[in-house]
Unconditional design. Sequence first.
Length: 180
Amino acid sequence: MRAARATRATQAACTTRATQAACTTRTRSGFTLLEILVVMGIVAIVTLPFLQMYSNAYEELHAAAREADLQSNATRATAIIRHRMACDAHPTIDSDNHGLRFADGSRIYWNGHALLRSIAHHDVPILATAVSDFNVVKSHDVYTFNLELREKLHTHGPPVTCHFVSDWPRLGDAAGRRPQ
């Protein structure tokens, strides 16, 4: 009852224009900083698992892209070797099995970390990717190329070695058929 009389007295005192501005009661029209921080914390806790899932998916996508690049590089290197062998069907294999010598003096060889093509004593890399091994074996007039490319597929993982094997001439190649 006493509170009701005080409220009426305050309302009566605020009827004049001069005191009306001073008497306006403040109404709450926003959120306090503490309320905003609490909501932000809740949102951060709820979205954390989704951010981790997104990060993992992003990493897997990039690993798949790197693996596809390795496959593309191996296919390109094999195509270069096949094209060169189509021009000179019977190259000699280096004594260490890490290269081919052609009749015109050019070579395709592995120098320990790169696959190179030597033309007129100028070495040109065939691949930008690190090559961990390249060797050639000949059996029954069929050359088998073993190419190992080494690259980190995952950002936080060890380098992975990918093996690619190709034969020349392949079954059905115009240059010849594989012996039966």
